[in-house]
Each structure stands twice: as structure tokens, then as C-alpha cells.
Write a protein that binds this ligand. Structure first.
Ligand code: HEM
Length: 402
């Protein structure tokens, strides 16, 4: 492969779709440099992406990821990007460890368990909407999209109210790109001690919550080490809210930019589940799937990726591949979105997908019913997107309610 790596900078973060359209047309897998300098190979087409997500030759083991990141850093005289910090969770493990970790939490997220959470989610969303003015402008992310999922996942895990806003700031720092090493170190240290305190509190006074259940699993045998427990709490807390914020934000933006679709949904609320799948496809919360790496040469879509390279599967690109979804750049809540990749595919398929869908139905259902004439309060060109290659989400979403 002789292609020079593509530098992914501000332009890409603000609009990845321009690059993705070119990549899907030109080359199945392209080398690129992430904003912090890590070299990766981007998979952009739907069929390749789906196959790669389930390809056992693309590994995730966190220890090897750190070694490969250190190897790249040594080549370029830079600081390794991937460190040990809270890394040994299920998204960074391969079977059989992955299977063991996932089994510990699977049953907390079944559709039946999630159905039981609906009334409480509706109550939380209702309270948040009550607190909004009936007209005027609000930032929907602040007013609904952040507080709803943070409250839901914290209640599920048994995290007391209080310091949740600090947690939100650390989480954003850890997921954003272009953050200084000092800020990253400060957020990491704060997050680790926050999680350690949470676990210690559950050891002293266990409850009916998920962290208490995990503490019990750690204590009753060799199913969970202390490091894995910490990382599990981290991945559930962060994965459980960062993604949801973007689904509520990006989905609302898609509707406000497409008033005919919003009118159709208002006229027939039974279209809501299909509309949510279309929001996930059109501008899903996750841009790149998490890192995978090659442990041998792997050929994807005719391109050979050498051994020891990071592969990122561009979910946001695969979901706009016109070969799979005709007229993929348009929002159409009536289209077939079957097998979109917004929740991933294969063994790492999102464990929280039922919870995410139920929460989205509650949030969009109430928002649309409560504010029949909401509109975007700024020119769409003024909206900015977060500095993250992993997440695809807005910095803020000002909407006029009445
Ligand atoms: C709309 C919301 C959500 C989206 C779009 C989403 C997306 C994803 C994706 C794409 C993956 C696979 C990543 C990969 O293979 O590299 C994933 C895995 C995961 N998600 Fe979600 N997610 C959402 C909500 C949630 C929620 C609410 C939770 C809360 C529990 C959660 C927890 C997880 C966990 C723990 C994994 C790792 C699963 C594994 O490795 O087996 N997600 N999610």
C-alpha cells in the first residue's frame, strides 16, 4: 500500500462524511493519522465494516494494544496514546475473557429488565421537560440529552447523586481528542479515585444495584479481578451516557433539519421506533468503533493491512454506504434500516442496545408531544461538533420551544 496516511483534523471532526464519501468510492481501507498521531487503517464500506466487526483476526486485547501504541510512539519519538488506564474492560478483551466479563452484566440489560425501567425513565424525562420553559430557547443537550441518561445509568449502577457533574466533565475529557496530556492525566486520576470510592462504598453497604452485584462477583471466586471491576464500572458509566446524549442530540437535529419528517412522526407516533433506527443510521452516536488490531497480515476489501496495525471501522461511513442504504445521505424515517451498524456487530455488539432504544423512545416521544412547534434556534452552520473521533455529537443544540 503506497497511499500516504490521511491526517484527520478539525475538518474531519466537523464533517467526517465528506471524507467518507470519497473513501467509499476510492479505496476500501485507507491508512490515516488520528489527531493525536496514532496510525490507523479506516474501513469505510458497509460490507467490509460488517465483516471486520466480526472478524476473529482483528483483536482487542488491552495489553497488546498498549504494546502496539508504545511501538508506534518509539518509531515517532512521541508519547504512547493508549495506556493501561481503566482499559481492561470488555471492549478491550477477546474471548474467552470477553465472554466471562459480558456474562456478568448481560442479564441486567435484557429487554425484560429494560421494560421494567420504562416508568422510571418516563418520570425522569417528564421532570426534565417540566423544568423547561414553555417558550424561549434552551440547549437541549443540557436540558435533556445529558441529564436523562446520566440519571438512568447512575440509578442502575447505584451511583448516588451529588458529584455526577464532575464525572461528566472527566468523561468528556477522556473521550475527546486534542486534550493536553496534563488534562488527560488529571481526568484519569480523578476518574480512578471516583470509581474506587464508589466500589469501596458498595463493599461497606451493598445494595440492589449493579455495582454491588459486581463486587459480589469479585468476592465470590475468580470471575472478576479488581482491575476488571473498576474498568467495568467505567465502561458502563461512560458507554451508558455519552452515546445516549448524541442519539438524543443528533436525532433531534435530524428532525429539525427535515420538517416534513418531523411532521410525519407527529402525525403518526407509531413511527417512532423506526425513526430512532433511522437516527442511529443517519448520524449515529459512535463515529469509529473502538480500536481493533491485526496480529497477522489481514486483507480487507482487497487491501492488505500489515501485522501489528490498528484498524478502525467507520460505523458512520458504513451506515451511509449507498450500496446498502439507497439515498443514504437523506433522512427518511420510513426506510428500511435493517442491519445498520450503529450498535456494532458480532461479540461486542452493544450490551446496552435495548436500554438505549427504550430510553430514546421515552425521550423523543415526550419531547415531540410536549413541544409541538420546536425549531432550531440557530443557523445549522453555527452548530459545532465535539472534538472526538470516537463519538459523533454536538457541542450544544439550542432549540426554540414555542
Ligand atoms: C444509542 C446509544 C448507544 C450506541 C449507539 C452504542 C454503540 C455501541 C457500539 C457501536 C458498540 C460496539 C463497539 C465496538 O465493537 O467497537 C457498543 C458496545 C458497548 N456498549 Fe453501547 N451504545 C449505546 C448505548 C449504550 C448504553 C446505554 C450502554 C449501557 C450499559 C452501553 C454499553 C456498552 C458496552 C458495555 C459495550 C461493550 C460490549 C462488548 O464489548 O461486548 N451502550 N455500544
Amino acid at each position: 500500500m503506497t497511499t500516504e496516511p490521511i491526517h484527520l483534523g478539525e475538518e474531519f471532526l466537523q464533517d467526517p462524511h465528506q471524507l467518507y464519501t470519497r473513501l467509499r468510492a476510492d479505496v476500501a481501507v485507507a491508512p490515516a493519522l488520528l489527531p493525536h498521531g496514532l496510525r490507523v487503517w479506516i474501513v469505510s464500506r458497509y460490507d467490509d465494516a460488517k465483516a471486520a466487526l466480526a472478524d476473529p483476526r482483528l483483536l482487542k486485547n488491552s495489553v497488546r494494544q498498549q504494546e502496539l501504541s508504545a511501538r508506534q510512539a518509539a518509531e515517532t519519538n512521541s508519547v504512547p496514546v493508549i495506556t493501561e488506564f481503566l482499559n481492561s474492560h470488555m471492549l478491550n478483551t477477546d474471548p474467552p475473557d470477553h465472554t466471562r466479563l459480558r456474562e456478568l452484566v448481560n442479564k441486567a440489560f435484557t429487554s425484560r429488565r429494560v421494560a421494567g425501567l420504562r416508568p422510571r425513565m418516563a418520570e425522569i424525562a417528564g421532570r426534565l421537560l417540566d423544568a423547561m420553559p414553555s417558550d424561549g430557547v434552551v440547549d437541549l443537550l443540557e436540558a435533556l440529552a445529558y441529564p436523562l441518561p446520566i440519571t438512568v445509568i447512575c440509578e442502575l449502577l447505584g451511583v448516588p447523586e451529588g458529584d455526577r457533574s464532575d464525572f461528566r466533565a472527566w468523561s468528556a475529557t477522556l473521550l475527546n481528542t486534542g486534550v493536553s496530556d496534563a488534562d488527560l492525566a488529571a481526568a484519569s486520576t480523578a476518574m480512578v479515585s471516583y470509581i474506587d470510592d464508589l466500589v469501596a462504598a458498595k463493599e461497606k453497604a451493598p445494595g440492589e444495584d449493579l455495582i454491588s452485584a459486581l463486587v459480589e462477583a469479585r468476592e465470590s471466586g475468580d470471575r472478576l479481578s479488581s482491575g476488571e471491576l473498576r474498568a467495568m464500572v467505567f465502561v458502563l458509566l461512560v458507554g451508558g451516557h455519552e452515546t445516549m446524549v448524541n442519539l438524543i442530540g443528533n436525532g433531534t437535529l435530524a428532525l429539525l433539519n427535515n420538517p416534513a419528517q418531523l411532521a410525519a412522526l407527529r402525525a403518526d407516533p407509531s413511527l417512532l421506533p423506526a425513526a430512532i433506527e433511522e437516527f442511529l443510521r443517519y448520524e449515529g452516536p459512535v463515529n469509529f468503533a473502538t480500536f481493533r488490531f491485526t496480529d497477522e497480515e489481514v486483507t480487507i476489501g482487497g487491501v492488505t493491512v500489515p501485522e501489528g496495525e490498528f484498524v478502525v471501522i467507520a460505523l458512520a461511513s458504513a451506515n451511509r454506504d449507498a450500496a446498502r442504504f439507497p439515498d443514504a445521505d437523506s433522512v427518511d424515517i420510513g426506510r428500511s434500516t435493517a442491519r445498520h451498524l450503529a450498535f456494532g456487530h458480532g461479540v461486542h455488539y452493544c450490551v446496552g442496545a435495548h436500554l438505549a432504544r427504550a430510553q430514546a423512545e421515552v425521550a423523543f416521544g415526550q419531547l415531540i408531544a410536549r413541544f409541538p412547534s420546536m425549531t432550531l434556534a440557530v443557523d445549522p452552520a453555527e452548530l459545532t461538533w465535539r472534538h472526538s473521533t470516537l463519538m459523533r455529537g454536538l457541542e450544544s443544540l439550542p432549540i426554540r420551544l414555542g
